[in-house]
Design a protein around this ligand. Structure first.
Ligand code: SF4
Ligand code: SF4
Length: 307
């Protein structure tokens, strides 16, 4: 609570966004906290600005007048009008010179330090909306479990204040971390991206073994869990693959699933980082196709819930 002296209030974390009126990622109106950094590199990632654990400069193409002032202003030679490679981006020392010199507001440093106490105070301000709508706070990202002490602190403080806590996770985390989070998180939104081990490795950069094991262990604790499947065109959105995912999710002891249609609009975010957008030609699945996939997982015995 504001004014109380819980040491959890001082726990620091890095976030890249805060949405106080979200209507997804959990029930009711929510305050979504976007934590920076993720151990996965999904080739369809819809928030590439979340991947790096450190803050980074983003560029808004629509605001840029191509005046060129930011290019010589950068002491590290990072800024250019071309795609920026990883080596160049790594040289950025976040001095902010490019942001200061830009006359158009086209540059911004994404990623800021905050404390669990500051987020609690914001959540308490919104608590009447949460109460009226059955909402609360959702930790998302990026990957919340990759900043475990911060996530535990935010969830612990909000829980003490009677605020519903949801957390989205890719599940790629040591069980001992997830286990601690079960004590303070009311609802887990747990991503299942593919059940075929080789394809999961190819698409995300990591094995799904630990992820599926964690999902099973989470279900065994009795935690409230919704499995979430991001539908990626030609990668996991065919009937056979979704059916296999539905069966596996049921076998692991989870009873609810959300299917998330692909969102091509987020591709523009790759230009923020001057990176090439992956799977450039992919489009959103039709409503009919998503409905057909929902029926398939429902036939497997799962309850289908909205994203
Ligand atoms: S923040 Fe500094 S180092 Fe980074 S791109 Fe801008 S001017 Fe260059
Ligand atoms: S200073 Fe700003 S407006 Fe000018 S080129 Fe750089 S980003 Fe674009």
């Amino acid at each position: 609570m504001p004014g109380t002296a819980s040491p959890l209030r001082d726990v620091e974390g890095t976030i890249f966004d805060l949405d106080q009126t979200a209507i997804h990622d959990g029930p009711g109106v929510r305050m979504n906290v976007y934590l920076k950094g993720c151990p996965l590199r999904c080739i369809w990632c819809h928030s590439p600005e979340s991947q790096s654990f450190r803050p980074e400069v983003v560029w808004y193409e629509a605001k840029c007048t191509r005046c060129g002032q930011c290019v010589p202003a950068c002491p590290e030679g990072v800024r250019s009008f071309d795609v920026v490679d990883e080596d160049a981006a790594a040289r950025c020392r976040l001095c902010g010179a490019c942001v200061s010199v830009c006359p158009s507001g086209a540059l911004e440093i994404k990623g800021q330090q905050t404390t669990a106490g500051e987020l609690l105070d914001e959540a308490l301000r919104l608590k009447p909306f949460f109460r009226r709508t059955g909402g609360g706070v959702t930790l998302t990202g990026g990957e919340p479990t990759a900043q475990p002490e911060f996530s535990l602190a935010v969830a612990g403080l909000c829980g003490e204040a009677g605020i519903h806590m949801a957390m989205e996770t890719c599940g790629f985390v040591e069980w001992r971390v997830l286990s601690r989070l079960t004590k303070v998180v009311d609802l887990f939104l747990f991503d299942v991206k593919h059940v075929a081990a080789g394809l999961h490795q190819q698409y995300t950069g990591v094995s799904n073994r630990r992820i599926l094991s964690n999902l099973r262990r989470l279900a065994e604790t009795g935690a409230d869990v919704i499995a979430r499947v991001p539908l990626i065109p030609s990668m996991n959105d065919d009937a056979e693959t979704v059916g296999a995912m539905g069966r596996r999710i049921m076998e692991l002891g989870v009873l609810r699933v959300s299917l998330l249609p692909f969102n091509p609009a987020t591709r523009g975010k790759y230009s923020w980082l001057r990176r090439h957008a992956p799977i450039a030609g992919a489009t959103q699945q039709s409503l009919e196709h998503v409905a057909m996939l929902q029926q398939i997982v429902a036939d497997e015995g799962l309850e289908v819930v909205p994203p």
